[in-house]
Design a protein around this ligand. Structure first.
Ligand SMILES: Cc1cc2nc3c(=O)[nH]c(=O)nc-3n(C[C@H](O)[C@H](O)[C@H](O)COP(=O)(O)O)c2cc1C
Length: 374
């Protein structure tokens, strides 16, 4: 990739590097385009990084059968999700603070999403206000704030801005240290603050610091989202409400029965409970538990079109890309993200065509062969 003589950090490019051939190439280039501590924060996971590693290893267990003599001349990647039609099943996962990767942050990412007809899920934790980061038919990822009146205000802003669905992230009630970021002395830069939450009271309701109390049981977990909160949000909005961070089939069934519009099977990119399985390893069981019709999104470790194909084959209706969007953003801003998404879509199309799948619906578990971990 001719980067050996590059400085440690350089300005984003205004053109696509000629030798980028695959979406994943952006991951290799990114360390050259952002400060090392930013890269450590983004690439790292919680604890000892077991779940980050699991996300990558999970894909290696599966091979895709090439199929011969299939007519795919009518092929396409279109899907319908939450009542909207999308050109392809590759979404942008909610990722905090895009300004860590590029000065234009989420604004550029949203432009790239529009240029490639991609559904972007904007994070609550954003370096630009949610009103400026809404992609066409984009969704909003909502973290419940300590006080309901503030959550409701944020929700109303998201509705007014035109977001088409709400994604409640449920799997991060406790902030677990990212050791790689700590070792690199990562700190949020002064110009990279969560502007969406300005003016809200973010003081936790429970500290868990009373006599004999635990910071976790009587602190963070007492303020964690509850079933009551999910019902309250569903009552408070007409938008479809998804829940992100599901890894157990029983939770998936309970959420379906509670009436949520869909779930995202995810271990938060290995950034929440270290030791949690990769979502890919539980995806087929979750699909079997919730039935064929219930909408399921997958994210975690997707770096190529064949990764996306495998997740679709194991039961996802669509997949979301996390870190790779920040890597592409750091290299070439909106252009980089759009190019990465174009490459990913082409890689998916190649897999589909050679596996004999003309449509996303044709991609099922019969397209995969389980192989031993390398
Ligand atoms: C730097 C970073 C910030 C993230 N911020 C959020 C967030 O604000 N909200 C959320 O629901 N998930 C967040 N995630 C998790 C992603 O939505 C997604 O689950 C994960 O990145 C997918 O794995 P991948 O990065 O391997 O593609 C974040 C992930 C990263 C890497």
């Amino acid at each position: 990739m001719n980067m050996s003589s590059s400085p440690a950090v350089s300005s984003p490019l205004t053109a696509i590097p000629a030798d980028i051939r695959n979406a994943q190439d952006y991951a290799a280039l990114a360390p050259h385009f952002m400060p090392p501590s930013h890269y450590a924060y983004i690439a790292g996971g919680s604890g000892y990084g077991q779940s980050v590693a699991a996300n990558v290893a999970a894909f290696e267990q599966w091979a895709i059968y090439p199929r011969l003599l299939r007519d795919v001349s009518h092929g396409h990647t279109r899907i319908t999700l939450a009542g909207d039609d999308y050109a392809h099943p590759l979404l942008l996962a909610p990722v905090a603070f895009h300004k860590l990767a590029h000065a234009n942050g989420e604004v550029d990412t949203a432009r790239a999403a529009d240029a490639t007809e991609t559904c972007m899920i904007a994070s609550t934790q954003s370096s630009y206000p949610l009103e400026q980061t809404v992609a066409r038919r984009g969704w909003f990822q909502l973290y419940l704030l300590p006080r309901r009146e503030d959550t409701l205000h944020l929700l109303r802003r998201a509705e007014a801005a035109g977001y088409r669905a709400i994604v409640l992230t449920m799997d991060a009630p406790i902030q677990v240290a990212n050791r790689r970021a700590l070792a690199a002395q990562f700190q949020l830069p002064a110009d990279c603050v969560n502007v969406n939450l300005r003016g809200y009271d973010l003081t936790p309701r429970f500290a868990g610091d009373g006599p004999g109390e635990s910071r976790f049981f009587q602190g963070a977990m007492r303020g964690a989202p509850s079933w009551d909160d999910i019902r309250w949000i569903m009552d408070a909005t007409r938008l479809p409400v998804w829940v992100k961070g599901v890894l157990h089939p029983d939770d998936a069934v309970a959420l379906r029965d509670a009436g949520v519009s869909g779930i995202a099977v995810s271990n938060h990119g290995g950034r929440s409970l270290d030791g949690a399985p990769s979502g890919l390893d539980v995806l087929a069981a979750i699909r079997a538990a919730v039935g064929a019709q219930f909408p399921v999104l997958y994210d975690g470790g997707i770096l190529s079109g064949s990764d996306a194909f495998k997740a679709l084959a194991l039961g996802a209706d669509a997949v979301a890309i996390g870190r790779l969007q920040l890597y592409a953003l750091s290299v070439a801003g909106a252009l980089g993200v759009a190019h990465m998404l174009k490459l990913l879509r082409e890689e998916l199309e190649i897999c589909m065509a050679m596996a004999g799948c003309a449509t996303i619906g044709d991609i099922d578990s019969g397209t995969l062969l389980r192989q031993l971990r390398r």
